[in-house]
Design a protein around this ligand. Structure first.
Ligand code: ACO
Length: 335
């Protein structure tokens, strides 16, 4: 990756939001035939938060997370230039970012959705940083938010146990190049395996008198768990190494490993492959499950609230998921 930079990009504030209703492993075993022991030992998940209110959507969670980030730095929303909403579960097929823009009062911001499943936040952060590095914008709000509980098949025990709902937001601001936080990135896709993890389009014919006309909808989430596991454990370490090598940063220099919170076994396997001490892994999936595009900003926000991350810490952030798509960002944290 080579990017032309006339100004740096810095993360100023974070915020997150999850639904109030919690569905733990014991409760889920009243819905499908499973057990706390099976789920926890294979995934590291104990509970997940589920959006249950009628007509509540990803927009509500995204607004909450964004307002929390804005309030932390007392930023007037009118100062935001761009909003990127990473989501694969929008409330409107045309996109949900504009709704968020209106509801938080970001009257001067352009807003759009970015769809890249569990890699969505990483891709959005890279996209935002490019607008900052080029000097186009000063303040950008990046949100990762998903409500996959609405898209899983609640009779399929191999998938419904994994996912939860949530949102995380970060506010990025331009800064001097010497304070730039987004040091490098590596992004990849391989559509050959898109069928291994997908929410497929389907259609039914509604009229055929003049010409065939179809009504579209989407199926439930499908995942080939074993293939996704193999993909993540083989590709993510390579992506991280590529990124680190081009910066001449060694494994020992890494302070934190912040991966998409898919599964505890994936997190451990990636750390082990890279010889990164497991105590450097940032994880909260025990409480939230896999929240897709929300998982990285949600875990980052919690780590910051716990004062885990210090000035100048090196954080390796990697997302991976449907597409298949995966990507890494190396962040140097400036307080
Ligand atoms: N409870 C009890 N038994 C179950 C459950 C469950 N929830 N789910 C599946 N089983 C059973 C299966 O029916 C099967 O039984 P059988 O041997 O009698 O046929 C057995 O357990 C093994 O099933 P597998 O699908 O082979 O289970 P596996 O050991 O692969 O574990 C898991 C499944 C945890 C999903 C694993 O494949 C995995 O970790 N995959 C990684 C994928 C992942 O984390 N995806 C997250 C989403 S993708 C993303 O975020 C990018």
């Amino acid at each position: 990756m080579k990017s032309f930079m006339i100004q740096g990009a810095k993360i100023l504030a974070t915020g997150s939001a999850t639904p109030v209703v919690s569905l733990n492993n014991n409760k889920i075993s009243q819905i499908v035939q499973t057990s706390d022991e099976w789920i926890f030992s294979r995934t590291g998940i104990k509970e997940r938060k589920i959006l249950t209110g009628f007509n509540q959507s990803v927009v509500d969670l995204a607004i909450l997370a964004s307002n929390k980030a804005l309030n932390k730095i007392s930023m007037n929303p009118s100062h935001i230039d761009l909003i990127i909403l990473a989501t694969s579960s929008p409330h409107d097929l045309f996109g949900s970012a504009s709704k968020v823009q209106f509801k938080i009062g970001a009257v001067n911001a352009v807003a759009f959705d970015l769809t890249a499943a569990c890699s969505g936040f990483v891709l959005s952060l890279v996209t935002a940083s490019q607008f900052l590095h080029s000097g186009s914008y000063k303040n950008i709000l990046v949100i990762g938010a998903d409500v996959l509980s609405k898209w899983v098949d609640w009779s399929d025990r191999s998938t419904c146990i994994l996912f939860g709902d949530g949102a995380g937001a970060v506010i990025l601001q331009s800064c001097s190049i010497s304070n730039n936080s987004i040091l490098n990135f590596q992004l990849d896709s391989d559509g050959k395996y898109s069928d291994q993890l997908s929410i497929k389009y389907r259609e039914e014919i509604v009229s055929s008198s003049v010409l065939n006309l179809y009504k579209g909808s989407f199926k439930y989430l499908y995942m080939n768990g074993k293939e996704v596991y193999k993909f993540a454990v083989s590709q993510v370490p390579l992506s991280i190494l590529k990124c680190l090598n081009s910066l001449n940063i060694s494994i020992q220099d890494i302070n934190w490993l912040l991966l998409h919170q898919a599964n505890k076994r994936i997190l451990n396997a990636v750390a082990d492959k890279l010889c990164i001490n497991r105590n450097k892994i940032i994880t909260n999936l025990i409480k939230y499950g896999n929240t897709s595009a929300a998982s990285i900003p949600l875990a980052l926000d919690e780590a910051l609230l716990k004062n885990k991350i210090c000035n100048k810490d090196i954080i390796v952030v990697s997302g991976f998921g449907a597409g298949l798509t995966w990507g890494t960002i190396i962040i140097k944290w400036y307080i």
